[in-house]
Design a protein around this ligand. Structure first.
Ligand code: ATP
Ligand code: MG
Length: 329
């Protein structure tokens, strides 16, 4: 069963510097219980994609379009903010990178969890409290009765992220979008949080859109991986296939960057150069200026996302980029 689908998603931000095309025709589709990882370097459009997927972008600064957008088969395109609020709480939820700013600093974590149950499921206060304590226990928080009363600043970073995970799963949604859920944490805690996320997902059969700049973080968890570059998917394949047989030069670069010295902004230091100016993108393939394998054609024409067999898609002239793939734009 399809849980989430978006076709030809486009997001632009009109700015005094010109129109920033942050997302340029992305297709995503996630089945029940499946984990799709969206990977790419800082600024490629991952967060904008995830926010647009739950209609969380401010319409006064953004233009969002899609040919199709469904959650659990329901059309999202004509939904207003009030309807979206109820969908976000019950059917789909989001885990953000920075737990401290995602939580309300002046409310105990227990009360914040209670709201999921009182607002969306109309439970009485006492019932909500019992469910909240259970939710805290389910994410491995010891002594949940006491932690229920804690304020966000009284908890460690890892524990706060556990609270966000408890909150996201509290309503047993069909879809969770986790935008860099572990980037702010140190490596040991990062591993614990990811395995918690995996375990919760398996137990609940939740579909997960897992966003990360780091291929090495997501590949063991993901069923499929989509690699994003400058607002477009450049390669998508089942996780094992992508790791074993990366085709796009950018993905190959990311694989090289899997073992790297991490700079705090998560930049891929082993691929020279940076993303193109989003308000002034190159005429041809967006990756051509950084691509060691680029031919003359790559600087002039834009490749399409071509099917190469075995659920593997790639946007590169070396791999049939002039052909129309399933996700042709
Ligand atoms: N409100 C906005 N106004 C103008 N441009 C924006 C706005 N929000 C995002 N952008 C631009 O859209 C592009 C994609 O941003 P996005 O936050 O999705 O990147 P990201 O892949 O999530 O990066 P990171 O890994 O750093 O989180 C960037 O060029 C960013 O500057
Ligand atoms: Mg982001």
């Amino acid at each position: 069963m399809n849980v989430f689908s978006v076709r030809n998603l486009r997001v632009a931000f009109p700015t005094p510097r010109g129109i920033i095309r942050a997302v340029e025709g992305i297709d995503l589709s996630i089945e029940r219980g499946e984990c799709l990882a969206l990977v790419g370097e800082s600024g490629c459009g991952k967060s904008v994609t995830s926010l647009a997927s739950l209609k969380l972008l401010d319409p006064s600064v953004s233009i969002v379009k899609a040919d199709e957008h469904t959650i659990l088969g329901e059309n999202m395109l004509d939904k207003g903010e009030r309807e979206m609020e109820s969908i976000r709480g019950k059917k789909a939820s989001m885990i953000f990178q920075d737990a401290l700013s995602a939580l309300n600093p002046v409310m105990s974590v227990g009360k914040q969890l209670d709201e999921v149950f009182t607002l969306h499921f109309h439970l009485k206060k006492r019932e909500a409290k019992a469910r909240s304590i259970e939710a805290l226990r389910s994410v491995g928080i010891e002594n949940p009765e006491a932690r229920y009363r804690a304020f966000p600043h009284e908890l460690s970073g890892g524990m706060r992220q556990r609270v966000l995970i408890a909150m996201a799963f509290a309503s047993n949604p069909a879809l969770i979008i986790a935008d860099e859920p572990t980037t702010a944490l140190d490596v040991t805690v990062q591993k614990q949080i990811l395995s918690l996320l995996s375990e919760m997902r398996r137990k609940n059969g939740t579909a997960l859109l897992l966003i990360s700049h780091d291929l090495s973080v997501v590949y063991s968890m993901a069923d499929r991986i989509a690699v994003m570059y400058s607002g477009r998917i450049v390669e998508e394949a089942p996780a094992e296939e992508l790791i074993r047989n990366p085709l796009h030069p950018y993905t190959k670069g990311l694989m090289g960057a899997v073992v790297r010295i991490d700079d705090k902004k998560g930049r891929f230091t082993q691929i020279p150069g940076g993303l193109p100016d989003p308000a002034n993108k190159p005429e041809g393939c967006y990756f051509a200026p950084r691509c060691a394998e680029a031919a003359e054609k790559c600087g002039k024409c834009r490749p399409k996302l071509a099917y190469t067999g075995g659920s593997h898609y790639v946007r590169c002239f070396m791999h049939g980029g002039e052909r129309d793939g399933r996700k042709e734009q």
